[in-house]
Design a protein around this ligand. Structure first.
Ligand code: 5GP
Length: 206
């Protein structure tokens, strides 16, 4: 059945483990496709253009906005990030559930444009655990860690705009929970427009 896929937004505090969660959803389930964002930030060591991001100049980014080539975009820590429209639309049309791993301002834009999008906010079970994970990376300065916690204070205010909070305590559980949430959300009548229309049509109630 060629049914249109869903649009799934995954956001979360830095240190929540959302990157690992998204990678596993993509590798474990054929039904998901991952949107690759465009950004003006410089590639980090090991990042490949077209794999982690499409790395572009500010001019290229602004040109893409002017051409309406992005579904949403936001400025985060001084750099632009945005979701290229074409890939998402193609994959959804092909029946894939497309995952956007984006920050909160972009998520709010998507919800305004696509009310049927499924918004999931990933968090560790507590702030103590968040701090433990940020420190446990061992690669961050205290200043950077404090910066991430300050950002978490801003981001927590956006959580009520999301459809679900997903606690990432144990990764395997979290992956299963994510899939269950997505399936449940897709079965809600307001997200089942095509099925509702065909039921109404076939019952002759317009
Ligand atoms: P990083 O620079 O660490 O890869 O990403 C910084 C933040 O930007 C993360 O919260 C990430 O989810 C977010 N982000 C990545 N791509 C996009 C995008 O296309 N749009 C928006 N709004 N945020 C993005």
């Amino acid at each position: 059945m060629d049914k249109k896929g869903a649009l799934i937004i995954i956001s979360g505090f830095s240190g929540a483990g959302k990157g690992t969660l998204v990678k596993r959803l993509i590798s474990d389930y054929d039904r998901f496709a991952l949107s690759i964002s465009m950004t003006t930030r410089a590639p980090r060591e090991g990042e490949v253009n077209g794999r982690e991001y499409f790395f572009v100049t500010k001019e290229e980014f602004e040109k893409t906005i002017a051409e309406d080539g992005l579904l949403e975009h936001a400025c985060y820590v001084g750099n632009y990030y945005g979701t290229p429209r074409a890939y998402v639309e193609e994959q959804m049309a092909a029946g894939k559930d497309v995952i956007l791993e984006i920050e909160v301002q972009g998520a709010v834009q998507i919800k305004a444009k696509f009310p049927e999008a499924i918004l999931i906010f990933v968090t560790p079970p507590s702030v103590a655990e968040l701090e433990r994970r940020l420190r446990g990376r061992g690669t961050e300065t205290e200043e950077k860690i404090q910066g991430r916690l300050t950002r978490a204070k801003e981001e927590v205010e956006f959580i009520p705009d999301y459809d679900f909070i997903l606690v990432n305590d144990e990764l395997e559980e979290c992956i299963k929970d994510a899939v269950n949430l997505i399936d449940a959300a897709k079965s809600e009548p307001e997200r089942s427009g095509e099925l509702m229309s065909s039921l109404r049509r076939d019952l002759g109630v317009g």
